[in-house]
Design a protein around this ligand. Sequence first.
Ligand code: SF4
Length: 406
Amino acid sequence: MKYLDEFQDPALARRLLDEIRSTVTRPWALMEVCGGQTHTIIRHGIDQLLPDQVELIHGPGCPVCVTPLEVIDKALEIASRPEVIFCSFGDMLRVPGTGRDLFRVRGEGGDVRVVYSPLDALRIARENPGREVVFFGIGFETTAPPNAMTVYQARRLGIRNFSLLVSHVRVPPAIEAIMRSPSCRVQGFLAAGHVCSVMGTGEYPELAARHRVPIVVTGFEPLDILEGVRRTVLQLERGEHTVDNAYARAVRPEGNPAALAMLEDVFEVTDRAWRGIGVIPRSGWRLSPRYREFDAEHRFSVTGITTREPAECRSGEVLQGLLKPHECEAFGGPCTPRNPLGATMVSSEGACAAYYLYRRLDLPAAVPRAASGAEPDPAPDPVPDPAPQAVPAAASTTSLEASPVA
Ligand code: SF4
C-alpha cells in the first residue's frame, strides 16, 4: 500500500538496525509514550531485534487504560439511567469498572450505543429530543479536538439534550511525572507523533532541558520506530538532550492551529487522575465555564461512588513502565482479553493486550504466574478473545528481519 509499505521495508529496517548497533556503546532505557507505538513494537518484534543495550519501556499513552476507575464508574451509573442514551467508542465497553462494565449495563437494559464519532452522538441527540444523550469523551490530545468541536456545534445548534462525560489527558505533564518519579529509569522518550501533529512540539524543549532527556517525535510504522530509536540513541551517546522531529511528514512545530483554537475555546486545563498512577497536576482538560452546561458530571449528579480495583492487577506499574505485562502474575492466566482484570488488557492500545495478542505468553516471567498457568482460559464465553496474530513461528517476534512485514 502506497505510503505504508515504504515504512515497513525489511531492507531499510535492517539498515537502521545496523546503524543503531554501530552507535550504541552502553545500556540505554527509552520509553515509547504511545500505546499505538507499543503495539507496533511488539507486533513486529522490534524490541527483540534491537541490541541488548537498548531497552524499550512501554509508557502510559493508552487513553482507555488511563481513564480513572471513578470516571468509568460514573459512566456506568449515568448509562444505567432510563432517560439516557450513552454513546461511546467500542473499546470502552469492556473496560472493567467496579464490578461491571458498559456491556453489562447494556445487558441489564441500559441504552448504550457504540458510535464512530462524537458527531454521531450529536445526531442521535437531535433525533431523540426527549432523551439525554451522553458521549464518553476520553483520550489524549488527539481525540480532544473533535470532542471540543462537537460541544461547540451542540451549543451553536442549540442542542441542549447532549452532554460530554470528559476525561481528557495531556502527554507533557505525564512525561514530567514519569521523570520526577524516584523509580524512573527512562533516559530518552519517543514522543507520540499524532499528539504532536495536533499540539506541535512547543511544550517539549523545556522538558528535555529540565530533565536532560532527548525527546524524539516518532511515528507509528516499524521504520518510524527504528528511526526514533536511532535518533534517541545517537543523542544519548553524544550526551545531547534536544527535541528532534522524526515524524516531519505529519508534525509541524506549531501543530494544528484550528484544532488548538477549538481546544482553547472549549476546554480548560485541570488536574486529572490517571488510572493506576494517581493525580497528575495540570494533566487534563475539562469543559470551560462557557460550556459547563454540556458537562455530564455537572448535569447528572453522581454521588456515592466507591471504587475498587482488582487487587491482583498491576496495570499501574505497567503504565509507569515499572513492570512488563508478562511479569504480572495474572497475565495470560486469570487475566486475558476475554476476562480482563485491568484496562491494559482490554484496550487495542494496552500493553498487556499487545503482549497477549502477539504471543508473548511464552516469555519467561520475572515472577511465577498464577497457579492457573500461562495458557488462556479455554472456557466458553460470549465475547471471544482476539486470536493471537498468525505470524510464522520463526517470525513471531522478529518479523522485520524474517520476512516482509505483514
Ligand atoms: S496482565 Fe491483567 S492483571 Fe496484570 S497488569 Fe495487565 S491487565 Fe492487570
